[in-house]
Design a protein around this ligand. Structure first.
Ligand SMILES: *Cc1c(COP(=O)(O)O)cnc(C)c1O
Length: 310
């Protein structure tokens, strides 16, 4: 079971970590869970080709390639940004696993489903199932809801869960599960959900998380919002940026917790922010479960000396 006790930060705060990064060796973390229902939908639609979008270091693209390797589907990835003279390690892994890469200009990429490159791929392959960027949407959240159920079965009795967010899909799946388990007294008290966004300037994402969670909960009327705490201001300089303060924190964290590596984009910022809240006395919880969402392959986009877990 990928579950390890973390350090107790002080006498009154016990913080444990669910090691999602140790699940599913080829596609660790949340991305496999986000893809699951999309793959089932693609199968049900009997398409021959499944396609998605992502950046050249994307954890989503990496998991997409790893998950497709064993399936009889043609995999296509639209990669943000023009083709570079050499592929990133992430893209190289994808090519090794048989995924076709289509480089896209940033301007066209931004159009999403309406991009010219999407039309080209549809024309070429006919029936194509498109997974949204990051594996999002209601189907992505459904997979994360199942994941939350399995996490809670392994790790009951926490009064707060911590998870990082990009699209907010994982958080939405978690929220819909927590709400459900709260309404079922046999599961005891459900935890509060604290969501730390890696994006800059997306405070409205809180509403999206609630909306997706509601869609996953199939319209049952509940006040989903009560248990959700959303932090839009913990990007520390921007998405994928690692400033000196965070790097110093990561060095300290790595020294004190040598068996617990954090990823550079998501879990590092969430852990940094939670630690600050605890130190500042702004964390009223006694038993916190930090869910590690994976993403370690993302370190390959940084200079080696930035990575204290290497
Ligand atoms: C993608 C990712 C997230 C964010 O997940 P969302 O469902 O997009 O919010 C968090 N942590 C890691 C390591 C990721 O790769």
């Amino acid at each position: 079971m990928p579950y390890a006790d973390g350090e107790a930060s002080d006498q009154s705060h016990y913080v444990a970590m669910y090691r999602g990064d140790l699940e599913n060796k080829e596609a660790p973390g949340n991305k496999w869970h986000k893809l699951r229902y999309h793959l089932l939908a693609a199968k049900a639609q009997k398409v021959s080709t499944i396609a998605t979008f992502g950046g050249p270091f994307s954890n989503h693209l990496h998991a997409f390639a790893a998950t497709l390797e064993s399936l009889p589907l043609n995999g296509v990835a639209v990669v943000r940004g023009e083709l570079q003279p050499s592929l990133t390690p992430t893209l190289r892994d994808m090519v090794d696993k048989g995924i076709e890469l289509w480089p896209s200009s940033r301007a066209d990429y931004r159009l999403g489903d309406a991009a010219e490159i999407v039309a080209q791929i549809n024309r070429l392959y006919g029936q194509v199932y498109w997974v949204p960027e990051g594996g999002g949407g209601v189907l992505g959240a459904q997979g994360c809801r199942d994941w939350a159920a399995s996490i809670q079965a392994h790790c009951p009795d926490f009064d707060a869960w911590v998870v990082s967010s990009g699209t907010g899909t994982t958080a939405a799946g978690f929220l819909s599960h927590i709400d459900l388990s709260h309404s079922n007294l046999s599961h005891g008290n459900a935890p509060d959900l604290h969501v730390f966004s890696a994006l800059k300037g997306e405070p409205r994402q809180r509403d999206e998380i609630v909306a997706i969670a509601r869609a996953v909960s199939s319209g049952e009327e509940r006040n989903l919002s009560d248990r959700l705490f959303f932090y839009s201001d913990c990007h520390e300089g921007g998405y994928a940026k690692l400033n000196a303060t965070v790097r110093r924190f990561l060095c300290d964290f790595a020294r004190m917790n040598p068996a617990i590596p954090l990823d550079p984009i998501y879990t590092s910022k969430a852990m940094f922010t939670v630690s600050q809240l605890i130190s500042a006395g702004h964390w009223p919880y006694k038993r916190t479960l930090f869910i590690h969402t994976g993403g370690m392959q993302g370190w390959r986009g940084y200079a080696k000396h930035f990575n204290p877990f290497f």
